[in-house]
Every structure is written in structure tokens, then in C-alpha cells.
Design a protein around this ligand. Sequence first.
Ligand SMILES: Nc1nc2c(c(=O)[nH]1)N[C@H]1C(S)=C(S)[C@@H](COP(=O)(O)O)O[C@H]1N2
Ligand SMILES: [Mo]
Length: 268
Amino acid sequence: MTRTFTLMRARDRDRRRLLRGAAAAAGSALLAGCDRLSHNDSFARTLQSAEHLNRAIAKVVAPRPAMAQEFGPEQVAQTFRGNGTLSPRDADYVALRDAGFADYRLQVGGLVAKPLELTLAELRALPSRTQITRHDCVEGWSCIGKWKGVQLARILEMVEPKPEAKFVLFRCFDSMDGPSLDGRDSRYYESIDLDDAHHAQTILAYELNDKALPVTNGAPLRCRVERQLGYKQAKYIRSIELIDSFAAIRGGKGGYWEDEGYEWYGGI
Ligand SMILES: Nc1nc2c(c(=O)[nH]1)N[C@H]1C(S)=C(S)[C@@H](COP(=O)(O)O)O[C@H]1N2
Ligand SMILES: [Mo]
């Protein structure tokens, strides 16, 4: 009994050591950043081959229900750095922004029993969660911010996902190559699985550092999925859809940067 147990422990330890080494190697490749470097083919392949390993590591080293580290108020950065789109130019967004987001409606649909539309006031009236967390961008910078919002789990409870729903898809307002000039949808999008969607720290944030979420950081609503990297934190959320697969959506990889070669599970 005891001997088998000791053996298993040793094997487990070796596996962890191996995985950590691989994680470090994959991590240094990731430092290259959310930029056009990912158009490079071999760079994209490196990321893809690291993906399975990375997801395995996340599970062994920190099981997914674990909480991301939270910080004290004194550690909050003066200004939260913005990245990616900083002010969407898409006409529908500009109109909403110019009216102070009074006409904003979060659409929640797809594979759900009860599709839903929520105003910002309705979102703010739901029970909220506040968390001080560190955002890590693959470009190699981090920033600590205080976020307030509604847990995504609570929204899911309201819409009642169907049994076949596997992922939550976020469709954003911002076109990445300028407002859809050629009619092709180039708006930012992201997806997470239901495990992460139900995680206590996964929130739809409408406040940053005790103020309404600034346009720079994704007004009026952005996702915080704290166990994952910066590009998974969808800003300017237009709608949420429950889906069973993202294979038929855009590039088929589950997100704007994923279609450019980033891994789908951006675990930290
Ligand atoms: N809609 C949208 N969401 C987005 C992006 C974007 O360009 N558009 N950039 C991503 C990346 S790479 C990062 S690091 C973070 C930046 O969030 P911040 O501007 O609040 O720092 O948003 C992520 N979510
Ligand atoms: Mo990023």
C-alpha cells in the first residue's frame, strides 16, 4: 500500500518537474506579444504545439477551480494600461457611446432556454463582485486593477444553458482592421468554456478602480476571466452566445488572436 503510494508520489513529482520546464519554454515563446509577429507561420506552429501541454500544466499545477491571486488596494496601479482597441470607431458603438450607453443592451442568447436582454442599469442591479487582480498580457506587461461587475455564472443561471452548450462566445463591437470596410466581419471575439464561465472570479465588469469602465478599457462592459491571459479578457462586449462549437465561427479557433495563432486556453 504505502510503497505503491510513495511510487505514485514520485512519479507525480517527476511529471510536475517535466511540465514546469515545458511551461517555461512555452512561456518565453509567448513573450513575443499580441502583435503581427503571430502572422509568422513557424511562430504560430510553436504556439499550437505548446497548447496541449499548457492546458495539461494548468490542470496539474493548479486545478481550475483555484482562485487567481487577489491583491490589496495599495497595489492598484494609478492608471490601468490600455491595449489593443482603445476607442472603437464602429458606427453602432460610437452612437451608443455618444448617448452615454443609455441605449446599450447586452444580448444573451444561443443555446439557452431563456434568451435575455439587459440594460446597464439592470446589470448594475444584480449582485456584484469586486476583485483586485493582475492582468498579464503576452506582450510581457502586467497591471493590477480593481474590477466590479456581475458574475457570469449569475447570468447563465438566468438564461439556463441547454445541455449541449459547451462554450460562451463574446462578440465585441470593435473591428480590428477598421470598421468593416469590405463587409467582412473583423470584430474582436473570444470564447471560454463553461468551467471558466462558472468560475467565481469570472465577471462582466462595468467598473474599474471605483469608476465607470473607461472606453479605453472596454466600456461599457468587459469580461474578466482571471485565470487566463490578457487577450481572453473581451472588451466592448456586444453579445454573449452559448455555443456547442466554435469551429464554424470566423477562423474556427475560438477568438480573434487564436485565429492568428495564439492558443485557445491562455492559462496563466
Ligand atoms: N474587444 C477587444 N477586447 C480585447 C482586445 C481588443 O483589442 N478588443 N485586446 C485584448 C488584449 S491583447 C489585452 S492585453 C486586453 C487589454 O485590456 P486593457 O485595454 O484594459 O488593458 O484586452 C483584450 N481584449
Ligand atoms: Mo494582450
